[in-house]
Write a new protein. Sequence first.
Length: 159
Amino acid sequence: MIPDAQALIDQVQEEYVVRYGGRDESPIDHTEFVSPRGAFFVGHLDGVPVVSGAWRRRTDVVFAGTTHTAEIKRMYVVPAARGLGLARRMLAHLEETARAAGAEAMILETGLMQPEAIGLYESVGYTEIAGFGHYRDAPLNLCLGKSLPACPADTPTFE
């Protein structure tokens, strides 16, 4: 794991401690975020890592009639960079890269103590889905999903 990514993961884990009283205990294998199984991205402002986001393939969750799903993980923006639209930009990037890798839908777990995240996801078309994952039965868990439409046939390709 690259140092900037690990630093942001550590920061989001500390935020979970504040909001939920403990760190995220979801089982994570870092190789799940290496192509072609997934991807992990870090965004910088003035050379400082300020936003992260990742996705990993999930074939065990059916959503929108497909098991070609990608699960969003580790979406985070440092407090000093919030309000700049970075989470929205990262989310769009995650969707586009997952779609390019063959995902037909995005899914995620979030928590009710993260109203900002829920608002972002709902504002771009995510809706509540059946629980899945490590926290599927946790009372504060919320699972969301969104279909990823195929790229239009008239979209130019560049080589």
